[in-house]
Design a protein around this ligand. Structure first.
Ligand code: URA
Length: 301
C-alpha cells in the first residue's frame, strides 16, 4: 500500500507542478487512503462513523495544517555536492572523464539498487540543443541511458518531428540516479517520485559539467523539476505560468515546456499542440528550417 500511496502522491505533485489546479479523487480512493493512514497511525480519537466521503478536489487536500511547533529542520541525507573539474582535452576526452567520475562516485552508486545503473546524459557532444529532464526511471536505470522508456520514446518522436534525429541532440537529466521509494528487498521499485532539492543540488555539478562540454546554443527544460533546478526552486509557482517563455541559464537561452510524461497522461491534440508550439520556438531560435506541415502539427481537434 505504501508504494501505491507514494505513486498517487507523486502523480498529484506532478499534476500540480504542471499547472493542474483541481483533480477529482474518487470516494473509493479516499476510503483507501484513509484506511491506509488509519492502519499506520495510532488512534487518538474515538471511532467516527464510517461514511463514504464525497469526491474531493486536490486543492481541498492541500489546506495547510495549523503549525504549533517550530518546523523540523530536515537532516541532510547527502554530503555536499561534488566538485567536478573536467580535464583538459577534446569534448570526448572530457565527457568520458565525466562519465567515469559519476559512475564511480560512491554516493551515486549507493543510491542505485543492485544491478541498476547510474545515468549520465547521452547524445551529440556538438549538439545545438540540450534537452534536460528530471531523473532516470525504471527503464533508464536498467539501460544506463536517459529517456528510453515510454516518455523517452515520445521525446524521441518529438525530436524527429523537428526534422532531426535523437543522435543529433543531447539529452540529459537533473538526476543521475532514480529517486528511491520504499521497496521490499528483492522486489522492483514501483513508481517514481520527484527528487528532493538536496538530491537535485547534489547532481547539479554533473549537469553543469555536461553543459560545459556540449556548450549547446540552447537548453530545453522538460517539466517542473528541470525548470526548478535550472531557474531556482522558488522561481515559479506553476509550470503553466512560465512554459513557452524564453528564460536563461548561465547566459544560455532556456525554453521551458511540459515533460513528455504529461502528454502521455493527457494525450489530447491540445496538450500536444501546446508542447509543439514550444518546440517550434526552439526550432526558430536554433535557425532550423520549418515546413508548413510542421507548423500545422496537432492543430486539429
Ligand atoms: N523522465 C525523465 O525525466 N528522464 C528520463 O530519463 C526518463 C523519464
Amino acid at each position: 500500500m505504501h508504494a501505491t500511496l507514494n505513486a498517487i502522491a507523486d502523480e498529484l505533485r506532478r499534476l500540480k507542478a504542471s499547472g493542474v489546479k483541481d483533480v477529482v479523487v474518487s470516494s473509493e480512493t479516499m476510503v483507501a487512503l484513509r484506511n491506509a493512514v488509519e492502519t499506520r497511525a495510532p488512534k487518538t480519537q474515538p471511532e467516527q462513523p464510517q461514511v463514504a466521503p464525497a469526491p474531493v478536489v486536490y486543492s481541498q487536500l492541500r489546506q495547510p495544517a495549523a503549525r504549533h511547533t517550530a518546523p523540523k529542520k530536515t537532516e541532510p541525507k547527502l554530503p555536499p555536492p561534488p566538485a567536478v573539474t573536467l580535464p583538459e582535452g577534446d569534448k570526448k576526452t572530457r565527457w568520458d572523464a565525466l562519465l567515469n567520475m559519476v559512475t564511480t562516485n560512491p554516493v551515486c552508486l549507493e543510491r542505485v539498487r543492485p544491478g541498476k545503473k547510474v545515468v549520465l546524459g547521452v547524445g551529440n557532444l556538438d549538439a545545438k540543443i540540450f534537452f534536460c529532464g528530471e531523473a532516470p526511471g525504471a527503464e533508464e536505470e536498467i539501460k544506463g541511458e536517459p529517456f528510453v522508456g515510454p516518455a523517452g520514446q515520445l521525446l524521441t518522436k518529438m525530436i524527429q518531428a523537428m526534422g532531426v534525429k535523437r543522435e543529433d541532440v543531447y539529452i540529459g537529466n537533473i538526476m543521475n540516479w532514480r529517486p528511491d521509494l520504499p521497496t521490499p528487498p528483492g522486489r522492483e521499485q514501483i513508481g517514481n517520485r520527484p527528487p528532493t532539492e538536496e538530491e537535485m543540488l547534489y547532481c547539479m555539478p554533473y549537469l553543469r559539467a555536461q553543459l560545459e562540454v556540449v556548450n549547446p546554443e540552447l537548453i530545453v527544460a522538460l517539466g517542473a523539476t528541470a525548470a526548478k533546478a535550472l531557474l531556482g526552486f522558488d522561481s515559479f509557482t506553476t509550470l503553466g505560468s512560465i512554459r513557452g517563455q524564453w528564460k536563461e541559464f548561465e547566459g544560455k537561452p532556456l525554453m521551458v515546456t511540459y515533460h513528455p510524461s504529461f502528454i502521455l497522461r493527457t494525450p489530447t491534440n491540445r496538450t500536444k499542440r501546446t508542447v509543439w508550439e514550444d518546440f517550434l520556438k526552439v526550432m526558430e531560435k536554433a535557425n532550423m528550417p520549418i515546413t508548413d506541415k510542421q507548423r500545422g502539427y496537432f492543430l486539429g481537434k
